[in-house]
Design a protein around this ligand. Structure first.
Ligand SMILES: *Cc1c(COP(=O)(O)O)cnc(C)c1O
Length: 486
């Protein structure tokens, strides 16, 4: 035998460890499912925030090994240093920021997407995977009230979806060179910071930004918007885009979408709605009423990893005129020439031509599978439940001694703070937030409004039910009273 043959055999033997056989797979799956089961079974007893000063630092000392340490040891590292530090977004008592999801059915979809590794970027390569992504996009487009001409894609999240929308609007309106400095974008101070980041990434640093005032419920003042557009026109500027928030991150406020849509149309502006948090509330009746006017937008962002309870890594962008999204993102290369055959179905666009990505995770499966298995009804119920829970929390906190609440919530975010009889309220609430983190049973985040420090409660998680809200109220009341007594 030639020496190369011997080497090849040895290499093959070593390489085959990458492809475990049926017995080994069964053992691995059993261990992983046991881990997942223990994780989920113990969740009711786990904190919503792990106050661990080391933050899993020991993980830094674990080398990437030449010889594997085996699954059990690896899972133990996860348990010790990853799943028991930081926020616990899977807890029903996690009420901070915009809570995420983690549907079990979606996890199974992720598992299958990884095992089968269907190619979701190009129709030729993964017609089934692309059909699933596109049918989910068509379903969302119908939910938004968009016409059949709409297109979109499943993004990694709302930030990337906002960026893709801004790039599309930029190219559609030919914003380049000196035109940028004359263009104007309109939003309120409560617009998500990913919008400012996207404007920067899109090369639009030089355009003018108008912060339109809000009413007492932190919603855009539509009359002020119109006045600002008219003033800019008179000054020789070129109003370009208005961005409404359908569910601000600060207070969950929904800008007057319908009126803004009429103004945008009358003045020829691109109308973008950032509904990353709030968009899917259109699945329940009260939410749909609040989101009326969503259909007037040119582009719309919704985050399934927020209000469809998916694991992190799934946002969505919809563009009313799909051609515009395509025009801003389609690209060709010689080495992809075989993929341009349409496979006999010209109606399916490729996500790669509608987004910055080429090769991508088969994201659609994690959404399609839960929707197929349990149907839409439980999603509608969970979203309607969140709206009620926010009202319930707002109502009850109003009468808890010492607390002050913000406006009645549009969606499922409530702001509130403790007003101590003496001393600085901001400093007190900062200490309260810190004490709550040390306690860990609930997690709430904070923000600043009109220069003041406020606490937020966001009911978004699919595991958040009435008893979690009751726990939150009790913990808030006790912790504040204890601090006030010091
Ligand atoms: C969360 C959020 C974003 C950003 O989305 P990511 O998925 O975190 O990138 C944008 N806008 C709003 C209103 C949000 O709530």
């Amino acid at each position: 035998m030639k020496p190369e043959t011997i080497d090849l055999d040895a290499l093959e033997t070593a390489a085959r460890q990458l492809d475990p056989d049926a017995r080994e797979r069964a053992r691995l799956m059993k261990a992983v499912f046991a881990y997942a089961d223990r994780y989920l079974e113990s969740l009711p007893d786990q904190p919503a925030y792990f106050d661990r000063p080391d933050n899993g630092r020991a993980l830094r000392e674990t080398p990437i090994p030449e010889e594997g340490i085996g699954l059990d040891a690896a899972l133990e590292l996860l348990r010790q240093h990853v799943d028991t530090v930081g926020i616990n977004p899977t807890s029903g008592r996690f009420l901070g920021y915009i809570p995420g999801g983690g549907l079990f059915h979606a996890a199974l979809g992720d598992f299958l997407a990884a095992v089968t590794n269907r190619y979701a970027g190009v129709f030729f390569a993964g017609p089934g995977a692309v059909r699933i992504e596109n049918l989910l996009i068509r379903w969302m487009a119908r939910l938004a009230g968009y016409p059949e001409t709409a297109a979109g894609y499943l993004a990694a999240g709302g930030s990337l979806a906002n960026l893709t929308a801004i790039v599309t609007a930029r190219d559609d309106r030919g914003l380049e060179g000196d035109a940028i400095a004359r263009a104007v974008v309109y939003f309120t101070e409560h617009v998500h910071h990913s919008v400012n980041k996207a404007l920067r990434l899109a090369g639009l640093r030089r355009l003018a930004r108008r912060r339109i005032p809000v009413d007492t419920r932190y919603r855009m003042d539509a009359a002020a918007l119109e006045r600002a557009i008219e003033a800019d026109r008179r000054a020789g500027l070129a109003p370009w885009m208005v961005i409404a928030s359908a569910g601000t991150t600060n207070t969950g406020s929904v800008d007057p979408l319908d009126t803004i849509g009429q103004i945008a149309a009358a003045h020829g502006l691109w109308y973008h709605i950032d509904a990353a948090y709030g968009g899917f509330f259109a699945l329940c009746e009260d939410g749909a009423a609040l989101l009326r006017g969503m259909n007037r937008s040119d582009s719309l962002v919704m985050d399934p990893h927020k209000t469809l309870f998916l694991p992190y890594g799934t946002g969505a962008l919809l563009v009313r005129d799909g051609q515009k999204l395509h025009a801003a993102h389609a690209a060709e290369a010689d080495y992809l020439q075989d993929t341009y055959a349409d496979g006999g179905d010209e109606t399916e666009l490729s996500p790669a031509d509608l987004s910055p990505e080429l090769t991508k995770h088969f994201r659609g499966l994690r959404l399609w599978l839960p929707l197929q298995v349990v149907g839409l009804a439980p999603f509608r119920a969970a979203l309607a439940e969140k709206l009620l829970l926010a009202r319930y929390f707002h109502e009850r906190m109003r009468s808890v001694d010492g607390f002050e609440v913000g406006p009645a919530p549009d969606l499922s975010v409530v702001i509130y703070r403790y007003v101590p009889p003496r001393g600085d309220a901001d400093a007190f609430n900062e200490r309260l937030a810190e004490a709550l983190r040390r306690d860990g049973r609930i997690f709430v985040s904070s923000t600043r409004l009109n220069g003041q420090f406020w606490l937020r409660m966001a009911a978004v998680g699919f595991r958040t039910h009435r008893e979690d809200i009751d726990t939150a109220i009790e913990v808030l009341e006790r912790t504040a009273r204890r601090l006030a007594a010091l």
